[in-house]
Design a protein around this ligand. Structure first.
Ligand SMILES: Nc1ncnc2c1ncn2[C@@H]1O[C@@H]2COP(=O)(O)O[C@H]2[C@H]1O
Length: 229
């Protein structure tokens, strides 16, 4: 049975890496890609698996994480549409640099390394976007390193919440993340992250609702994280 998506270039709408390509080329990408569905909690791949595909997010959310020998997890990022995942091992033809788990029911397109390389050779313009993507990743890593040196834990929790709030200007922003996941992202123990959340809640910057966090004053969180502009 053919599981390929019936639509054409539309499946790549908003995906920076394929923006600006001719419609026929976009159609070729979609035709070469295989749709994937991941249930919440499903592991897409683990660190050191062969890195044989680029995953283009269409719906849902995937957490990228590393696991310590003690079993402790550090969440490096949460990837949502229209972002892609898996570009690192695609570029260095090596193994996965981190593991990935669907944290919501998700849909994606999986493009094999072979198909991606063919595409790059016939459309070198894609390399512009690939370089932007890798540049963006290096920039985020630099920022994360600096945060671990310059920010205390409440500052990192505040910054993580600001980042997860995205560009939203809404007076209330709901983040579907429990406090353990937040601790894994901010790089702290669950207990100290809970304390930071409790202190932000007492100041009216957010409230918790079960497995959600509702941000009510993103500007205050920005200030606590030392973010300007
Ligand atoms: N520190 C990080 N921040 C954001 N994304 C990352 C980070 N490390 C790895 N990734 C992503 O997670 C993917 C894991 O598989 P790859 O190494 O193929 O490609 C990696 C990137 O897409």
């Amino acid at each position: 049975m053919d599981h390929r998506l019936p639509d054409s270039g539309d499946a790549l709408t908003g995906v920076d890496m394929f923006a600006g390509l001719e419609p026929e080329v976009r159609q070729r990408v979609v035709a070469a890609a295989v749709p994937r569905h991941y249930r919440k909690g499903q592991i897409l791949f683990v660190e050191h698996d062969p890195g044989d595909s680029l995953i283009i997010m269409k719906r849902g959310a995937v957490a990228v994480f590393r696991t310590a020998p003690t079993g402790e997890r550090a969440v490096l990022t949460v990837v949502r549409p229209p972002d892609v995942l898996g570009e690192v091992s695609l570029l260095d033809a090596s193994t996965r640099s981190a593991s990935a788990e669907a944290i919501e029911d998700s849909q994606a397109l999986s493009l094999s390394r072979v198909a991606f390389m063919e595409l790059v050779h016939s459309n070198p313009r894609i390399l512009d976007a690939v370089m932007r993507s890798v540049g963006g990743l290096i920039r985020r890593l630099t920022e994360q390193n600096a945060d671990h040196v310059f920010l205390d834990l409440p500052g990192r929790v505040a910054k993580t919440l600001v980042r997860l709030s995205g560009e939203s200007q809404a007076p209330m922003i709901t983040i579907e993340l429990n406090q353990s996941q937040l601790a894994e992202m901010a790089g702290g123990s669950r207990q100290s992250v809970n304390q930071a959340i409790g202190s932000f809640a007492s100041r009216g910057w957010l409230r918790t609702e079960g497995r959600r966090i509702v941000v009510t004053d993103v500007q205050a969180l920005r200030r606590r994280a030392g973010m300007t502009g």
